[in-house]
Design a protein around this ligand. Sequence first.
Ligand code: ARG
Length: 563
Amino acid sequence: MKEQILELLSKAIPDLTTEEISGLIEIPPKPELGDYAFPCFRLAKTMHKAPQVIASEIKDSIGEVEYIDEIRVVGAYLNFFLNKNIYVKNVLDSALKDDFGSSTEGNNKTICIDYSSPNVAKNFHIGHLRTTIIGNSLYKIYSKLGYHVERINHLGDWGTQFGKLIVAYKKWGSEEEIKAKGIEELMRLYVKFHQEADNDDSLNDEARAWFVKMEQNDEEALKIWKWFVEISLVEFKRTYKLLGMDFDHFMGESFYRNMTPDVLKKLTDANLLTESQGAKVVDLSEYDMPPALILKNDGSSIYATRDIAAIFYRKETYNFEKCLYVTGQEQKLHFKQVFKVIELLGNEWAKDGLVHIPYGLVSLGGEKLSTRDGNVIYAEDILLEAISKVKEIIGEKNPDLENKDEVAEKVGVGAVIFNDLYNQRIKDVSFKWSHLLNFEGETGPYVQYTYARCSSILRKLPDFVLSSDIDYSVLNDESSVALLKEIAKFPSVVKEASERYEPSVIARYAVDLAQAFNTFYTQNRINVEEKNIRDARCTLVAVTRRIIKDALDLLGISVVEQM
Ligand code: ARG
């Protein structure tokens, strides 16, 4: 109904544009202040009148409107009190539609999201868990808004480190050990390489030579490298499976390795390459940045070279509207440089089309998390630990629950995901079992529990059928209206989350909605004699249930019917 208020105000205030008015309309913090409010301070400047006077004039010019019970002037504000019955009907009519929260804004537009992207032969750590969770949620949010999304896993599967690994494998490794232990053994070999190379620099030369061989498509080098990639992917995919997340493309850095000459040609043609100590760089001093290294003095490509190639490939292949990169903040400069190079090559679209989406660190807050050899924390172990802790809780609280394992998996994994997304992504996440598994806090389990509660209410009333033919007038008590107000916010919440690349907007909303529901539920009996009241309240339960499910889905969390 904001749209309708906006229309009234636009007619009454010719001095401001519709956008300006829209930006000023507020939802008051307390119901005593109405359903919407409009401050008149801004107008006081242009109209040279006291804001109170302006407010009264606007009120008079709007006059009587069917769906507004009262417009009250309170200080510099206009407070709008909507007609409850019409409000309730309006909200439910939209919320009952299947596409509530969806939009067509993204139709015929593509967004590429580059996220997760763990490094081959290294563990999938807690930081990669964050990019995976945030990227997946952005994928869901943009899909909901009608965009076509390409989910790209830009695996770290190329670079000098593989030269080192090949040397270490040949000197100190064995096929059996790697087969048996996977990434753990590859990491051991990598550490060993560095220890030995500290005393013997020739090892570094050998490693470089192997990587140059890889870049020249040497058969033996590529065979060993490919095997490392496969071993690592098996482990990464186990984590994705636990998370219930997937990708459209596993296109690692190696995919772009043969495109280096093309990148060089573009840069040379544009006169952007300069030599620096045998290496080739793009000078970015004009933009207050260090030079972007493109080609090392041994002729091999680097991380940035492959990112530049990937951008051209993606633009040509997917014609994206935007390409988003979800990585830690420490890569900020890297992306700034890469995006600048693309722009300098004459691509205006780089300015809005390439977006780095950084996030904060995970602090363990003294929590002891299980580690494997070498004290490294694997994302997989965290998820498994969460699941097993939830299993314990269920064992205590609800030992007879059916499909316990499935519930524990969805609740455990959901708790980790929710904890990650609840605060603004740029903030550090603190990891505390007692917090993230608290069924009464601002947590995943709390929201999932509210969903299960809705399901249980409806299960007990099998005769109820969802329809828009209900008696709206019985839903005008305070807690029902408060719940409806939360329900009404869903579409704008999804939109805001997309505009700010911020899944936390949805996570917070999910908690608000669950809280509004639980208040409604303590204040209203659902299973009452009067059919009209029962049906109306059930409709609220059913609508809330569906939106909680949709909101959790946008975060990448599944629901359970009982827990
Ligand atoms: N593999 C990198 C890392 O673990 C992240 C890659 C991000 N994507 C990109 N196109 N550079 O830090």
